[in-house]
Design a binder for this molecule. Sequence first.
Ligand SMILES: [Zn+2]
Ligand SMILES: [Zn+2]
Length: 306
Amino acid sequence: MGCPSQIPGWFPVAVVFLLILGTGFAYIDAICHVTHGVLRQWEVSWFLVLLCLTVTSLLRTMLTAPGQPPASPPAIASVSTLPGRPSGIVCIDGKMNGAPRYCRKCKQWKPDRSHHCVECGRCALRMDHHCTFVGNCIGLRNHKYFLLFLLWSALTAAWISKSLLLTLNFSEITQRRLPIRIYIELVGSVIVGSAVAIVLGAFSAMQFWFMFQGYTTIDFMEKKGTKRFGKPYVNYYNVDFATNFLQVFGIASSSSSFSCLTLPIRWLLPVHPTIPTDGIVFPLSQRYLEDHPCAVGTRDRSRAES
Ligand SMILES: [Zn+2]
Ligand SMILES: [Zn+2]
């Protein structure tokens, strides 16, 4: 998923910023001009709120490290017992010979769902994928910001298209003598807004579906790979709809008595989530215990059913 080596890593990131800021400027300039200089306050205010959420989510995705595995596995006794998870198990994934997963590049142990990223040169906890367009790995600590970036950018783009296509009178605009710049901005904003809304809308729908099903992108690709070899795949990290969501978007903080009230708002904002996992042990589905009745105190050797 990385960019070709001849393209510098900052280039796709710069393109994303130029696209966002350029389209935003073109939209505001055009809509203010065609409405006789009278700012459509309600329309433009909502756009600026959406734009602010998009840019903040993007910056937090870029600047938040996904999290790195500790140098060595925690002692079994110190591993917290999570709902639906048998105590005494650090990892459920391992090599075929039963040895713990190991990263040869980082020369250290790799927990479940951690993977080494070639572009970043390090392992990332609960790695989803490396995103060239944000120049960072998407993993445990910035997965929420990434999903919010997709959501808010798709909605911002849709807002631009809706605002221009449904509220402006194009037959009137074409009869007026406006600067050529305004016509270019209008057409450009509609085309870019519609295209981004469709592409990112579809991509964010897919990413949210992965999240609600308890998959990371890498998990899902592994599932496809396993099916290709004729082996059934069981996603033991798919606990239930709500648990899967809270693993990414966070739970109420125990330090604040108002946290439960503000939690739904926090889910929508690019603010730090209280993630109920350390990125080493994850809650498991009931299916895991059914398939591994003697799991306590043991290390499973393969997640693929034989
Ligand atoms: Zn590594
Ligand atoms: Zn990476």
